[in-house]
Write a protein of this length. Structure first.
Ligand SMILES: *[C@@H]1O[C@H](CO)[C@@H](O)[C@H](O)[C@H]1NC(C)=O
Ligand SMILES: *[C@@H]1O[C@H](CO)[C@@H](O)[C@H](O)[C@H]1NC(C)=O
Ligand SMILES: *[C@@H]1O[C@H](CO)[C@@H](O)[C@H](O)[C@H]1NC(C)=O
Ligand SMILES: *[C@@H]1O[C@H](CO)[C@@H](O)[C@H](O)[C@H]1NC(C)=O
Ligand SMILES: *[C@@H]1O[C@H](CO)[C@@H](O)[C@H](O)[C@H]1NC(C)=O
Length: 451
């Protein structure tokens, strides 16, 4: 009895702390160590993945040259979505979870005179008591890139902070930078609210990766990058500056649940820490948004491929390197490495090829006539910096592109200035933990199925 009463009091106490104080969550930390957000997935068509991923990556070089604030992208297909609650009372939104960009933004209507209401805006600022636009003269406004031509008149009371945020394929979203209250279900089951979360109230979005069918009906992007305005940075401090996710194989039926966990996934029971492998997260000042890791070598079965370490390195200009990205579906590898890998696969795979080439893929097989429709395929392993070995199952890099056709789901990165990307398909079935304080990426085959 006593224990129950105590628990109830503690719960009420931490609930009050969380809702009233918001930022004072530290005091209630023992009650909820992490936030858990279900990840949802829309099953894409392979051709869509290919076109959206490719446009996303093709112009990386250009982006770096032109844009002061770097951002990744949320290419629309093969994405994982997260439910996000914004405002008072909370409005429910479906956002793309993207470790390759920083800005949290939602399609939004903030007009007072709403005859010019933005069509399809998901978030209605005027229905929220906690919506507060950032003034253009506010320090916070320096955190976002601004459209040219717009000067700040600091004597005007209502002079909102306008932003213009670019993605790597040239997609752009613009709007007002603002603050809002967000709501989550904490691990304890109690609702928690965070005040003054900075986000983009987006009026305009254009370009393939953030509009139209390729956006899969998402209402914005949840940036989880390393920069100051990402959700991982804004909320991270209260949760040990860690977040993790496990992307479940979405070809399984029924589709298993995936979660994005903000906080300590071990504390949350997501994985057994002693079985996690680690590799350092590398910082690149040219692209501070991205989570870079180092690749030391690649094996196919027991053959270590002769790829020069310089192929994987970040050069003095900040070009190259390898990024972990939840917002890209396929895996993109620097051309010299790609060529070696594909050739080694071709040498080893002696299975029939489809009658017609599958555009965009260099190696496909026709499994229809085979005794086993899931034939044994060569296994690729990546040795990461520090010596940990990432050995994904073959389903993470052989994609069903048509009935009976499987293709090697790797793509070359042609521009020497661009970087390699470990995409979300390759990440499936592993728990990845981004420990931002220690600058470590942990990964494990365990812990995905735990509640
Ligand atoms: C509201 O919008 C309408 C149509 O755009 C415009 O004619 C009117 O002047 C606006 N009113 C205010 C108060 O801004
Ligand atoms: C700034 O805003 C004030 C008040 O609205 C106005 O009087 C002034 O002319 C504006 N200055 C410029 C440079 O637009
Ligand atoms: C919390 O969980 C309940 C029940 O699953 C759900 O209805 C509600 O939308 C969730 N709230 C938030 C803020 O995620
Ligand atoms: C964690 O893993 C270690 C080694 O694999 C094992 O000895 C230990 O019992 C595990 N702990 C839990 C809580 O599963
Ligand atoms: C795959 O091979 C079978 C014969 O085993 C053939 O009938 C079928 O047309 C082939 N499919 C493709 C896409 O090439």
């Amino acid at each position: 009895m006593g224990a129950h009463l105590l628990f109830l009091l503690l719960s009420l106490f931490s609930l009050a702390l969380a809702t009233v104080a918001g930022a004072g969550i530290g005091a209630g930390e023992s009650t909820f160590q992490y936030l858990k957000l279900p990840l949802l997935h829309n099953r894409p068509f392979p051709s869509q993945i290919l076109s959206s991923d490719s446009t996303r990556l093709i112009s990386l070089h250009r982006r770096r040259a032109q844009l002061p604030v770097t951002s990744g992208s949320a290419s629309g297909t093969g994405q994982y979505f997260v439910e996000f609650h914004l405002g008072t009372p909370p409005q429910r939104l479906l956002l793309v979870a993207d470790t390759g960009s920083d800005l949290v933004w939602v399609t939004c209507s903030a007009c007072r005179n709403c005859s010019e209401r933005v069509p399809h805006s998901a978030f209605l600022a005027r229905h929220s008591a906690s919506f507060a636009p950032v003034h253009c003269y506010d320090e916070k406004c320096k955190l976002v890139p601004h459209p040219r031509r717009v000067a700040c008149n600091h004597t005007r009371l209502h002079s909102p902070c306008r932003y213009e945020y670019f993605y790597s394929d040239g997609s752009v979203t613009s709007g007002f930078f603002a603050t809002e209250t967000t709501a989550f279900n904490a691990s304890s089951g109690l609702p928690v609210r965070f005040k003054n979360v900075k986000f983009g109230c987006g009026f305009r979005a254009s370009g393939p990766s953030i509009t139209g069918p390729s956006f899969n009906g998402a209402q914005g992007v949840l940036g989880l990058g390393r920069g100051p305005i990402s959700l991982a940075t804004q909320l991270g401090r209260r949760f040990g500056n860690k977040f993790s996710y496990c992307l479940m194989d979405y070809t399984l039926a029924p589709t298993p649940r995936s979660y994005l966990v903000i906080g300590d996934s071990q504390g949350g029971g997501a994985t057994n820490g002693s079985r996690m492998s680690f590799t350092p997260l590398i910082h690149n000042s040219v692209s501070p948004t991205f989570y870079y890791i180092g690749i030391e070598s690649v094996n196919i079965e027991d053959t270590k491929l002769p790829i020069s370490p310089s192929v994987w390195a970040i050069d003095e200009l900040g070009n190259g390197g390898t990024v972990m990205d939840s917002g890209t579906t396929l895996t993109f590898l620097a051309q010299p490495a790609y060529t070696r890998i594909v050739n080694e696969f071709k040498r080893r795979v002696k299975l029939p090829q489809p009658a017609e080439l599958t555009p965009g893929f260099d190696l496909c097989i026709n499994v229809s006539g085979l005794p086993n429709p899931n034939p044994n395929l060569p296994k690729i392993t990546f040795r990461f910096a520090g010596g940990s070995v990432f050995a994904p199952p073959t389903g993470n890099y052989f994609l069903d592109t048509a009935p009976d056709v499987k293709c090697l789901a790797l793509q070359p990165v042609a521009s020497p200035a661009a970087f390699s990307v470990i995409g979300n398909l390759m990440q499936q079935g592993f728990t990845f933990e981004f420990d931002r304080d220690q600058s470590l990426l942990g990964f494990s085959r365990h812990g995905c199925s735990q509640p």
